[in-house]
Design a protein around this ligand. Structure first.
Ligand code: ZN
Length: 112
């Protein structure tokens, strides 16, 4: 069972208390961007096998959104952090690199 610690209220919540919100750290391009950029934002996802960053909502708890880094194969959780964060905190990236040598931020999906 997937257990994520909500960074907003500090409760270790199992997946029945959470609602998934899809991939985290998507880039929404502004006015003047092309249709391809908007299409990427709307429809294209990494669907990574391995390290993945996701949005979750503590639906049956504090109700707030947060982000989580986990491995989609082993279900190992590397950490959770506030939804307002534009990229994973260095501490979480270090944890991932320690567990998956060779992994790099924005290169996820390529390394397992
Ligand atoms: Zn919470």
């Amino acid at each position: 069972m997937l257990i994520l610690t909500c960074p907003c209220c500090g409760i270790a919540a199992d997946e029945t208390e959470l609602s998934p919100g899809g991939e985290a750290h998507l880039t929404r391009h502004g006015p003047g961007s092309g249709d391809t950029d908007f299409e990427d934002y709307l429809f294209n996802r990494e669907n990574a096998r391995g390290v993945h960053f996701e949005r979750w909502r503590h639906a049956h708890g504090c109700g707030k959104w947060f982000l989580a880094a986990r491995d989609t194969v082993t279900m190992q959780v590397f950490g959770t952090y506030p939804a307002q964060t534009t990229e994973p905190p260095q501490e979480i990236r270090d944890r991932i690199t320690k567990a998956r040598p060779g992994w790099r931020w924005r290169d996820f999906g390529a390394a397992e």
